[in-house]
Design a protein around this ligand. Structure first.
Ligand code: XMP
Length: 514
């Protein structure tokens, strides 16, 4: 069963900030959803046999001539449509209703009252709280539409034309602040669109493995493995499909966490059939970085050197066969501009030098969101440490060693980071933190150890909580845990005699120090 044969919902993107969330919520209800830009031709949409279409929110006013619109014929395809926020107003506009500017815009949690019986609100209490964010409203619903919910300031918080399967809500059912939002989306999928729910990860593994086998045949496939979640899960799937025909190229630049390179190698070679090619090149990296202190120069050297080593190895492996990458769905869509077709430049999707040739590129996770990738990873038996690992920057510890990078400093930071992580794990607060790590600033301070004066390194520890890493708060690690961490760092890590805790949020700080 390929994606084509799954039930599919179209999320038509009018530029709203929650559009990916809508698709994720639909998929959480076991129905495949894909995002397409608002200017996708009607013929393309018709050809896809969607079970339902969702118009997303967006920042515009429908009466502004420059705002994104759609051919009204989409409402007569016989495919159920749910309009959300801007999408709700657009539906009203397309059917000759009236949309006006609100006297009082609604923002935040608002109570609505449901009137009458609607399939969309099956099981939803008559009064409930939703998340609103709008400055326009439907002042006069189109002919043939019934208002099914209202709030104190919004006479049409939901409307529908049941006979035409057209539904619209002014609020955002996809955000968790809408108490029954999840149920409302589920009702749209199952009560209105008649979905059965065939998007489950077991099916995904089975069908992807079958189609990978068919595509690869008896040829080889080469994958760049970083040890991150996406490439690890891609490796697991490809190995399940073609076993030893898979070669994973793993470049260990020596800037990973303590023993991480060995852990990745051991995990993959013991769990899966594959050819594992590891390139160890710490010394080359350190010599290229000798004397360099400027953060941007360091990043640049690490990036350039990494891809040089990586592509040199891939060049050796190239030829008859395929190149695979751990690209995931959000890497492929550029939301917000209604332009999902444009491919973003992203570290998962790198441009191959022109002299390297393969028969084609395979992206086995190209249709999945991160949480789906993790579910696939768990089902493939990849260890939790890998599947649930926190983000780790491409330049590795290179952005956590301030000033010149030396082998000695890498060793000190690796040891300190390992102690810090161990103590966080033991204290049971690991899951509460989004990211935590040690930093080695280029600072030495005076200390005393036994009867001796010391002049040694300072370690900074950083722990943040965040939903999206765009903003972050420093984590309130309990004092007793901080005390144990500090004790252990000074006692167990040679050349460390002082510890500070970074209490800067983002903004104004960034998560990483460089
Ligand atoms: P900042 O420091 O920008 O970090 O607040 C936000 C998130 O991005 C990670 N990060 C990187 N990831 N290559 C990456 O793949 C990089 O160069 C890089 N720099 C920062 C950082 O660890 C945090 O999760």
């Amino acid at each position: 069963m390929s994606i084509e044969s799954h039930e599919k919902i179209l999320v038509l993107d009018f530029g709203g900030q929650y559009n990916q969330l809508i698709a994720r919520r639909v998929r959480d209800h076991s129905v495949y959803a894909e995002i397409r830009p608002f200017d996708t031709p009607l013929d393309v949409i018709k050809a896809q046999n969607y079970k339902g279409i969702i118009f997303t929110g967006g920042p515009n006013s429908v009466y502004d001539p420059a705002s994104p619109h759609y051919d009204p014929a989409i409402l007569s395809l016989g495919v159920p449509v749910l309009g959300i926020c801007y999408g709700c107003q657009l539906m009203a506009w397309m059917k000759q209703g009236t949309v006006s500017s609100c006297e009082k815009s609604e923002y935040g949690k608002i109570d609505i009252t449901i009137s009458g019986a609607s399939k969309l609100f099956k099981g939803v209490p008559a009064t409930n709280t939703v998340w609103m964010s709008h400055t326009d409203y439907i002042s006069s619903p189109p002919e043939g539409f019934t208002v099914t919910a209202s709030s104190a300031d919004c006479p049409c918080a939901a409307m529908e034309n049941e006979a035409m399967s057209l539904y619209a809500v002014q609020f955002h059912p996809e955000v968790t602040h809408s108490e029954y939002g999840n149920l409302i989306l589920k009702n749209f999928l199952y009560e209105v669109c008649g979905c059965k729910g065939d998007w489950v990860m077991d099916n995904f593994i089975e069908t992807t493995v079958a189609s990978l086998r068919e595509q690869i045949g008896n040829k080889r496939v080469v994958l760049g493995l970083s040890g991150g979640v996406d490439s690890s899960v891609a490796a697991g799937l490809l190995s399940r499909a073609v076993g030893n025909q898979l070669t994973c190229v793993f470049v260990d630049q020596g800037l990973m966490r303590k023993d991480e390179g060995d852990f990745v190698e051991k995990t993959f070679t013991s769990l899966f059939d594959m050819r594992f090619v590891r390139v160890n090149c710490q010394q080359e990296f350190v010599s290229k970085l000798k004397g360099v202190t400027d953060p941007e120069k360091k990043r640049n050297i690490i990036g350039t050197e990494f891809y040089k080593v990586f592509w040199d190895k891939i060049r050796e492996e190239a030829g008859d066969g395929f190149f695979a990458q751990g690209t995931i769905y959000p890497d492929r869509i550029e939301s917000g501009k209604g332009d999902a077709a444009t491919i973003k430049t992203h570290h998962n999707q790198v441009k191959m030098p022109e002299d390297i040739h393969f028969d084609g590129v395979i992206e086995p996770l190209g249709d999945l969101f991160k949480d789906e990738v993790r579910r696939v990873g768990e089902k493939l038996g990849i260890p939790k440490e890998l599947v649930w690992r926190q983000p780790f920057p491409g330049p590795g510890l290179g952005v956590r060693i301030i000033g010149e990078i030396t082998e000695e400093k890498i060793k000190i930071l690796q040891e300190a980071d390992a102690v810090f992580r161990d103590e966080i794990k033991k204290s049971g607060i690991e899951r509460e933190l989004s990211q935590f790590f040690a930093v080695l600033p280029d600072v030495r301070t005076v200390g005393v150890m036994g009867d001796h004066r010391t002049y040694d390194h300072l370690i900074a520890i950083r722990a943040v909580t965040t939903d999206d890493f765009m903003t972050a708060d420093w984590a309130r690690i309990p004092y007793d845990v901080l005390a144990r961490i500090s004790n252990r760092l000074c006692n167990e890590v040679e050349h460390v005699n002082r510890v500070v805790y970074d209490i800067t949020s983002k903004p104004p700080g960034t998560v990483e120090w460089e």
